[in-house]
Design a protein around this ligand. Structure first.
Ligand SMILES: Cc1ncc(COP(=O)(O)O)c(C=O)c1O
Length: 467
């Protein structure tokens, strides 16, 4: 819905600079660069504070899956806020929306992942899942199983533990991390595999990396492996076919639990509510979810755990023990009501089927950009895509940071009416699931002209690239 409100962009920008600390905003730039203020929205479009209409190529941040401005969603949120805005989820306390939404999630979950632990977002879902794994092994008398295996370029969140299992090199600067029990494997990125190596051999090496690491640490000390099915923020890294199944087999062989982080890949983005089983052929032990869980209308996260694990913690064996982890706003009733309305819409409009239909077209149109000499790789699946920009296509050397590529690409796309998300030399797209063919064309056409303009600007400023 578009209001007739007028925004004073200059005043808002000044106040933003004065008071708001933004995540991931270079601190020198925060005080100098103008903020990009998004004020309103409608369907697949957002409007900045000057009224400029832009196709939202990033679905907010991988999350506004059902699109913006859904009245029935706003009504569901308002109704629940009036009926019961909040009540504690701790101990035996519960609310109808949490119970009903938990049941519906369990129905969609693969295998026996029938138990839902609600959190407040993706980081707290991952953090809680990892703490649950620690709790589980302590509970069943295997307290040595503490080590976590993850991957470079993973992004799992911003709490101490979820950030520690993340692995984007650029995020490792001035923060502290858990290091003694966290191990990072190289990312399964086929584009960056050694020259001349086949994809099948590359896959073998990635599987060997995992098994060798488990053996090196000692299977009796390794608790779990955590993996996004497609590494989203690390640059939409799609592992070779068979990777998921084979990593799960290695984990099973060594009694290592498998956490599939579906914070981005779930809720339709890959054409399924949970992608682990239908898309990647695995039933993990734990799935984490957030973002599309409520399509970003309100914050919520959750992890789902298998009956196989949970059953061992319940009953007389428990002897009064409990999982001492949770948040005031875990299972927030308003968020759970939003989650149910979100599922209603996804089901009624068959948004998963829609993504399976339009996703390949989206990939095909963006893959068409690969003829531009600055584009090294275009990769993705359904409504997750990354374009990797390089200075030299043969060596795959990225566009160096000092050419301010992110600023240039944001400017050139936004002024033509498209929002994308640059991360260093990468640009990711993850539009709302309601995107139409015409809007896919619009995004691809804008990207082509915007990239052309960026190339002209870079060339004028002296950057040379090798085709
Ligand atoms: C795969 C994955 N896991 C976890 C998170 C953290 O989620 P949140 O930002 O909601 O805490 C993100 C966020 O981008 C993510 O992409």
């Amino acid at each position: 819905m578009i209001s007739n409100l007028k925004y004073d962009t200059v005043a808002l920008a000044a106040l933003d600079r004065a008071h708001i600390i933004h995540p991931w905003c270079p601190l020198d730039k925060a005080s100098a660069a103008a903020p990009f203020i998004v004020a309103e929205s409608d369907g697949a479009y957002v409007y900045d504070s000057d009224g400029r209409r832009m196709l939202d190529g990033i679905g907010g941040m991988w999350c506004v899956n059902i699109g913006y401005g859904r009245d029935e969603m706003a009504d569901a949120i308002a109704d629940q806020a009036r009926r019961l805005c909040y009540f504690s989820p701790f101990g035996t306390l519960s609310t109808p929306p949490a119970i009903e939404f938990g049941r519906r999630l369990a129905e969609y979950a693969p295998g026996d992942l029938k138990h839902v632990f609600f959190t407040t977002g993706g980081s707290t879902a991952v953090d809680s899942a990892l703490r649950f794994v620690q709790f589980y092994f302590n509970f069943i008398g295997q307290p040595a199983k503490k080590h976590i295996i993850t991957r470079e370029y993973a992004y799992h969140g911003s709490t101490f533990l979820s950030a520690s299992v993340s692995g984007k090199p650029g995020d490792r600067g001035l923060l502290d991390f858990v290091t003694d029990t966290v191990h990072h494997l190289p990312a399964p990125n086929p584009y960056r595999r050694p020259q001349g190596q086949s994809e099948a051999d590359f896959l073998d090496t990635k599987i060997a990396d995992l098994e060798n690491k488990i053996i090196e640490i000692g299977p009796d000390k390794v608790a779990c492996f955590i993996a996004e099915p497609i590494m989203a923020s690390g640059g939409v890294i799609v592992p070779p076919k068979g990777y998921h199944r084979r990593t799960l087999e290695v984990c099973r062989k060594h009694d290592v639990l498998y956490i599939s982080d579906e914070v981005v890949t779930g809720f339709g983005r890959l054409g399924a509510i949970f992608a682990s089983e239908p898309v990647f052929d695995i039933v993990p032990d734990i799935i984490t979810t957030a973002k599309g869980l409520t399509s970003g209308y309100v914050p919520l996260g959750a992890f789902l755990v298998s009956d196989r694990l949970y059953a061992r913690l319940t009953g007389p064996e428990a002897k009064g023990r409990f999982f001492a982890n949770g948040f005031t706003y875990s299972a927030h009733p308003v968020a759970c009501a939003a989650g149910m309305k979100n599922l209603d819409i996804i089901e009624r409009e068959d948004l998963c089927g829609r993504v399976r239909d339009i996703g390949p077209y989206f990939q095909e149109r963006l893959a068409g950009l690969a003829d531009l000499p600055i584009v090294g790789d275009v990769r993705g699946m359904h409504l997750m895509t990354c374009i990797e920009f390089v200075k030299d296509r043969a060596t795959k050397e990225p566009i160096p940071a000092d050419w301010e590529f992110p600023r240039r690409i944001i400017e050139e796309t936004a002024k033509r009416g498209l929002v994308v998300r640059p991360m260093g030399h990468l640009v990711v797209l993850s539009p709302p699931l309601i995107i139409t063919r015409a809007q896919v064309d619009e995004a691809a056409d804008i990207l082509r002209t915007a990239i052309g303009a960026v190339m002209d600007g870079l060339a004028r400023d002296g950057l040379k690239w090798t085709d």
